[in-house]
Design a binder for this molecule. Structure first.
Ligand code: CP
Length: 326
């Protein structure tokens, strides 16, 4: 167990070693148990977390704000549009000044080509941990909650289990590629065989793909890419199917929408779930485009673990806050 996480940032999934992620999971399961038993666990009394949002949120805001309060601290919800950032506050100023007020700075900034850079520049100037509440490249807290959920459903030894990370069609908006990128980086370290399934135009960043393959090689797991949703689902133990934008292929919104429209049949439905193992689980970080991206029958059906997955955001985030901000 590696416990020297005090003061550390979590921006990319691989910022924490495998052993450190195991520590996070141990603490997260303990905190979940403590909450179930109503046991006090105010490890962050009088600590304050800045929660700076450049983009909307339901789960991330709710779980961080509830989590820091349950740890005895306070979460300051700050919308970027209510700050002076648009009037000139730089990343350095946010990092240095907020680092003097707060005990941690959590940021959501998903703008393509901007978000991750913003977080890293804030972190360079900050004396306190910077926590990534989702950027254009990574969603590490979603991924920790996903890993926790998979372990609850499938056990902690995940070797020889197949996880399909599949693109799915959605009409609402061009969603970030951060969730699939985080999943393919983190999951091979825990023994999962990954199949990444997407239409050709929805490829992930080449350098992330190379790193994911290197992780799979290091941990002796398999990593394959297919361009057929049915093939991806076949014999999967874990189905993780969600939409993302063709951002690596084009940053032109109009062109992206035209490409996306070609793949309306990439929906998770009951028939496709039958291709997966009988005891497979269906995962989605939410929000989902119901009956476009996934049918009600699947997301509300017996394979779905989406509510446990959303709950585990709370426990995983509390673990990281307690370990880094304590
Ligand atoms: N899964 C997730 O990050 O949800 P929100 O966008 O609602 O925070």
């Amino acid at each position: 167990m590696q416990t020297n996480l005090h003061g550390r940032d979590l921006i990319c999934d691989l910022d924490f070693s495998k052993e450190e992620v195991e520590t996070v999971l141990d603490v997260a399961f303990d905190l979940k148990r403590k909450r179930a038993l109503n046991e006090p666990h105010a490890y962050l009394r009088d600590k304050v977390l800045a929660m700076l949002f450049f983009f909307s949120s339901t789960r991330t805001r709710g779980s961080f704000e509830a989590g820091i309060a349950q740890l005895g601290g306070h979460g300051a919800f700050i919308e970027s549009k209510s700050t002076q950032i648009a009037n000139g506050d730089t990343e350095k100023e946010i990092g240095d000044i907020f680092g003097r007020y707060f005990d941690g700075i959590a940021i959501r900034h998903c703008d393509w080509g901007i978000g991750n850079r913003y977080l890293n520049l804030v972190a360079e100037a900050s004396r306190v941990p910077v926590l990534n509440m989702q950027c254009d490249l990574y969603h590490p807290f979603q991924c920790l909650a996903d890993l926790m959920t998979i372990m609850e459903k499938k056990g902690r030894d995940l070797r020889k289990k197949k996880m399909v990370v599949s693109w799915a069609y959605a009409a609402s908006y061009s969603k970030p590629i951060s969730v699939p990128q985080s999943l393919i980086l983190q999951m091979p370290r825990f023994g999962l065989d990954i199949t990444l399934s997407h239409p050709p135009e929805f490829a992930l960043k080449p350098e992330i793909m190379e790193e994911a393959k290197a992780q799979a090689k290091k941990y002796g797991t398999s990593f394959e890419v297919v361009h057929d949703m049915d093939e991806g689902f076949k014999d999967a133990d874990i189905v993780y199917a969600k939409s993302w934008g063709p951002l690596v292929f084009t940053d032109d919104a109009q062109k992206g929408a035209e490409i996306t429209k070609k793949y309306e049949d990439w929906i998770t439905n009951e028939k496709r779930m039958e291709l997966a193992k009988e005891d497979s689980i269906y995962m989605h970080p939410l929000p989902a485009d119901r009956n476009v991206e996934v049918t009600d029958g699947v997301i509300d059906g017996p394979h779905s673990v989406v509510f446990d997955e959303a709950e585990n955001r709370l426990h995983a985030q509390k673990a990281v806050m307690a370990l880094t901000m304590g």
